[in-house]
Unconditional design. Structure first.
Length: 377
């Protein structure tokens, strides 16, 4: 336990923490404030540059140029002389995850220790910000957005920046930071540009450039226990429990407990099933082991050789499964695995193969079906 100088303690008591729109204090217990705007991060020291950074956490950059001659700016203390400390108590930076000490020459030192961060959601100690998620960028390579017409960079606050460059597009095209190069359509009002897809963002009409694409909605609730997606049919962001998670915290959340089969895992068959094929393709799959992977929305089933990967994207899929794989050719071969998880360790179903297309008439047999009963390994 460190001792706070009387003056610093007084400042902490007089400065109420910033609050979010629910009236809750925006603090994370590690010394760094929560924020929405840069103004939420004002620490009362003129020599620090306050910004709202990655994950809505306040970041403070000391600027020595704002201090007098022979002084330097220290986060949490303001302008101090170069040899200001006589004991470790003089060096307290109000950041709980740093070990503060007064070094040789009266210079304060602040050692960041991750193990002093007790919140599992904020596991990394930053010497200037306190306990943070640790997901900020470290270099430009971390900020690649896969959009060819943007210049990507990692800022001093570890926040990715993407600058649109029209010069990197074809003639007549404009660069949009969210969607890339596009050729604008002429328009009179914004309604002329609406494509009816919520997940594409709200299109606008620019008097000079015509229709401008919107930014996709940020469907991210910052909750590790949910699967986030944008549903264009419903026209809204959907946040649902990640039922494939084995994290006890997630499983304990209201409505997230897995009450039936998990629909995940590796299952073995009592005997190998040899699946026939039409003969046009070099695929003769066998089933002796099946791997089921369900993320709460889509199911993928793979055989032991990995040459047959069936997908079920019809919701809901668990515990019922109807996964398909189509091998295209002169005669399309459609493999279908259907069945049900009767409990967490048992799958009961069948696999079938049917053939469609003009090349099937003379050489392909009729539909084939085999029983697939599997148990968890």
């Amino acid at each position: 336990m460190r001792n706070f100088p009387a003056l610093a303690l007084g400042l902490l008591l007089l400065s109420a923490p910033a609050c979010d729109n629910r009236g809750m204090p925006m603090t994370d217990g590690g010394g760094a404030g929560r924020c929405v705007l840069d103004l939420d991060c004002d620490d009362g020291f003129p020599c620090t540059l306050e910004t709202c950074g990655v994950g809505g956490i306040c970041e403070y950059t000391p600027l020595d140029a704002r201090c007098g001659a022979g002084e330097s700016c220290v986060t949490g203390r303001g302008c101090v002389s170069g040899s200001s400390c006589t004991s470790s108590a003089d060096c307290d930076d109000s950041i709980a995850c740093t070990v503060d000490s007064c070094g040789v020459g009266g210079t304060c030192r602040h050692m960041a220790l991750d193990e002093l961060c007790t919140d599992v959601a904020l596991p990394v100690c930053d010497a200037s910000m306190g306990c943070v998620r640790g997901s900020g960028c470290m270099s430009t390579a971390d900020c690649d957005d896969d959009i060819a017409c943007t210049i990507d960079s990692c800022g001093a606050d570890r926040t990715c920046r993407h600058t649109a460059m029209d010069a990197l597009c074809e003639d007549g095209e404009t660069c949009n930071v969210a969607t890339g190069c596009f050729a604008a359509m002429p328009c009179a009002i914004a309604a002329d540009c609406d494509d009816g897809n919520f997940c594409n963002g709200t299109e606008t009409c620019d008097p000079k450039f015509g229709c401008m694409p919107g930014a996709p909605p940020p469907c991210n609730d910052s909750e590790s226990c949910t699967v986030d997606r944008c549903d264009s049919t419903l026209g809204l962001c959907v946040f649902e429990c990640d039922r494939s998670s084995t994290d006890p915290v997630c499983m304990a959340m209201a409505g997230c407990a897995v009450t039936g089969p998990t629909c995940n895992g590796v299952f073995t068959l009592p005997s190998t099933v040899n699946v026939p094929t039409c003969g046009f393709a070099d695929l003769h799959p066998t089933l002796s082991r099946l791997t089921f992977e369900w993320d709460g929305f889509d199911m993928t089933v793979t055989n032991q050789a990995g040459d047959l990967v069936l997908a079920d994207s019809s919701a809901p899929t668990c515990p019922a499964v109807e996964a398909t794989y189509t091998l295209s050719g002169g005669c399309d071969e459609i493999f279908t695995l259907s069945g049900t998880f009767t409990d967490d360790d048992t799958f009961a179903g069948a696999i079938s193969v049917r053939y469609t297309g003009s090349g099937c008439a003379l050489v392909c047999p009729g539909p084939y079906t085999a029983t697939v009963d599997a148990t968890r390994m």
